[in-house]
Design a protein around this ligand. Structure first.
Ligand code: HEC
Length: 131
């Protein structure tokens, strides 16, 4: 247990250092929470766009932990892991991604991301379509 905490704390510090330029922009937690409260899957017409945008956000801000499953962060290619998490509903996943959830830091440690950008990244990661 303590080993896991050390791992996730170390990676969080690393993410903070990597994201120091974007951290200059102050996030607006209230607005983000409203965006998250209404978060729904992108409509069929916007799915391809959301996947492409989400992949970019993922590559820049999320893969540092999620590509290596650090501290049990689900890999986008791990379909069984996402099937289990998807059961709680897309809106809950987005809220956890924005607010933080156990070792997952708020907005993945990238406070300059908008709620919509986080939503698109969650859509990409949880879609089962990552390669
Ligand atoms: C510092 C490492 C780290 C970064 C960076 C990170 N995550 Fe996570 N994330 C985690 C960990 C660890 C978990 C697993 C938490 C658990 O279930 O104990 C997780 C879980 C999640 C979940 C599942 C939440 C749930 O309710 O099951 C989502 C969605 C998520 N992350 C999205 C993102 C997005 C989007 C980004 C980038 C904007 C991101 N993460 C960046 C560590 C990270």
């Amino acid at each position: 247990m303590s080993a896991m905490c050390k791992v996730s704390l170390a990676s969080f510090a690393m993410v903070c250092m990597l994201g120091s330029s974007s951290a200059m922009a102050t996030g607006n937690a209230g607005l983000d929470r409203r965006a998250a409260a209404g978060a729904s899957r992108p409509g069929a017409a916007d799915e391809a766009g959301a996947l492409a945008r989400g992949r970019k956000v993922y590559d820049e801000s999320c893969m540092v932990c999620h590509a290596t499953a650090i501290a049990n962060a689900p890999r986008p290619t791990d379909r069984p892991a996402w099937e289990a998490r998807n059961k709680q509903g897309f809106e809950v996943l987005v809220r956890h991604a924005i607010d933080g959830f156990r070792a997952h830091p708020p907005k993945g440690g990238a406070p300059a991301l908008s709620g919509d950008e986080v939503r698109d990244a969650v859509f990409y990661m949880s879609s089962g379509r990552a390669k």
